[in-house]
Structure formats: C-alpha cells, structure tokens
Ligand binder design. Structure first.
Ligand SMILES: [Zn+2]
Ligand SMILES: [Zn+2]
Length: 330
C-alpha cells in the first residue's frame, strides 16, 4: 500500500505555490447537458453523457432519467496514468456503463490501458456507487471514502490542514481537504487546466452543510489557495438550478433550461462570506440555498409532533365536551 502511495503521490504534502510559470491548457465548456424527462419511460435517453473538455480531460454526467441526482464525474489523463474523480450514483453496469466508457477513453501505453486511479470528492453514495465496476479491473486502484482511508492515502497528517498532490505524469493535481458537507470531503485542483473540482462543497445547487464551522474553515482555506492561482472553471458534483437560479423540485428527473455547470473563481472567492451568513438551519443567498439536513429534519419532526399533539389535545377536549353534554342531558 505504501509503495503504491509513492507511485501516485509523488510530491507528498506541500503548501507552497507551485506554478508560477505554468501555462494553463484551455478547454471547452460548450456543451448542452441532456435534460432528462418528466416521463423517462416515454423518452429513452443514453444513461451517460461524455463531454470532451480537451484531449486529456473529459466530463461525464449521468442522465437525470438514470438517476435524479444526475452527478458529474471527471476524467483527467496524464502521460503515465489517469485519474477519475467520482463514480456516480448507479452501480449496475447494464444500466450505467461507466467503467466501460472510462476505459474506452483511456489511451493505451505499450499495448495496455494507462493505469487508472479512482478517487472521490466524498463518500455520499451518489458519488461512489459505481466503484464496484472498477474494483476488479487490472491496473485500476479505487480509493475508499472514509476519513481514515482518505487521510492515509493522501498522507494528510494534520487534517484538514495541508495539501496533497497526485502526479499523473506531466500533470499534477492538488488535493485539498474541504470538510463541511461531508467529513472526508476533498476538492481537486488540476494545475494543467486550472480546473477546480469542488464536488458538493460548492456547486450550482443546494449546498447541504452538516458542519458549519468546518465548512467556513474549508471555504477560507480554498479562497486562500486559489487567490494567487489561475482558475479556469469551478466544476461541482451536480446542477440543481435552472438558468434563472431556481432549484428544481427534489427528485425531479427533468432539468429544462439548466444553469451551467461551471462557476467562477470569483464565486469561489465569495464562498467564505456566503457560508458566514448561514444560520445553521436554512439560508438563501442569491441563487444558492444552504441548509443543514439533520437539523431541518429534526425541526420538521418537532413541528410534526407539535401538530400531532395539538390534534390529540383537540380531540380529547372535544370528547370531554361531548361527555359533559351527554351527562347534562341525562
Ligand atoms: Zn454529497
Ligand atoms: Zn452529491
């Protein structure tokens, strides 16, 4: 295991600015993502859409009809190996041919596919359900998503401090701890394209924040990191807003007139201030909605119990009145 670490993590933990003179390789975000449908049975669609950002970078998205989560995944190809960030929400390869699609995109090196490292932004099932498709493939390594494994694999000794690097061969990807949405959430910065992959930590959708203090601290560390670096686009795990900034109904398989996937460096620099406004339950800020799902659930449960208690009390009072009236008539 340690040897493998040495192969993948050529540079280990570092926090200094590494790319003063690097040229950012451009790419295209000119893509229309499939919208899904209100009735998916009447409108069959390919389960997986692949967008070629540039010759070494692909964006994959699961169709809203295949899963309403419609998560995005990212494939980065270096000269010696490739990196897949997230494996989506669908396990069954017959329904979602993710591994086959990814392996077909990989170039061959001396007659064999380039080695592939499969990592994740975080451990929610909609970002790792496809893992089993990769586990038995040759020259493929899948990194687990629990905090202990994430810390160990990337060599984070002072989590959430520090920045790790993955060396793909002529392509370095920085790994930044970004807990808040999920305890072992990490974000990735590709020095080659200056793309920042933010997972569910930051995206055009509902920002679920389970640990506000960690989330604010992550937003500050990220802002600090990108301040003096180029960022071409910030790419998250989902799009849950339409172009006007309104959220789709939860569970909707139809995303008409969708907001673009990409957010900007300026958006990401504004994240510390935005999360700073979060009241711990539910806060709207511009097009973003922030909420704590556990607290909201607890509040809804408490409200439901109050309504139930009021109903029981009302019924009890009514029955008591009827009894009194009966006794008065007798
Ligand atoms: Zn998530
Ligand atoms: Zn997600």
């Amino acid at each position: 295991m340690k040897l493998l670490h040495g192969l993948w993590l050529a540079l280990g933990i570092a926090s200094t600015c590494p790319l003063a003179n690097a040229q950012t390789v451009p790419g295209s975000m000119n893509v229309h993502w499939n919208e899904g449908a209100t009735d998916c049975s009447k409108s069959p669609q390919p389960p997986l859409q692949v967008h070629r950002y540039n010759a070494q970078t692909y964006i994959l998205r699961e169709n809203p009809c295949a899963t309403f989560e419609a998560p995005f995944m990212y494939l980065l190809i270096g000269s010696r190996r490739a990196l897949l960030i997230d494996t989506g929400d669908v396990a069954d390869p017959r329904l979602m041919p993710l591994a086959k699609t990814v392996m077909d995109l990989l170039p061959t090196d001396a007659g064999a596919k380039l080695p592939l490292l499969v990592v994740h932004t975080h451990g929610h099932l909609d970002h790792r359900a496809g893992d089993p498709q990769f586990r038995s493939l040759p020259r493929v390594q899948v990194v687990a998503t629990d905090l202990a494994h994430v810390k160990q694999f990337f060599g984070f000794h002072e989590w959430p401090q520090g920045i790790a690097q993955i060396d793909l061969g002529d392509r370095i990807v920085d790994v930044l701890p970004t807990p808040g949405h999920y305890p072992s959430h990490v974000s990735y910065y590709d020095r080659n394209t200056a793309l920042f992959f933010s997972g569910d930590f930051f995206m055009p959708g509902r920002l679920i924040i389970d640990d506000t203090a960690s989330d604010v601290a992550s937003a500050r560390r990220v802002a600090d990191f990108i301040k003096h670096r180029p960022v071409s686009y910030v790419l998250g795990g989902h799009v849950e807003l339409d172009a006007a900034g309104d959220t789709y109904t939860w569970g909707s398989t139809y995303h008409p007139n969708e907001h673009v996937l990409q957010l900007t460096k300026q958006d990401l620099l504004g994240l510390p201030a935005m999360v700073g406004k979060f009241n711990g339950f539910y806060t709207e800020d511009g097009m973003f909605v922030m909420f704590n799902q556990f607290r909201l659930l607890a509040a809804e449960l408490a409200a439901a119990l109050l309504v139930l208690a009021a109903l029981v009390a009302g019924m009890w009072r009514y029955l008591r009145r009827r009894k009194r009236a009966r006794l008065a008539r007798a």
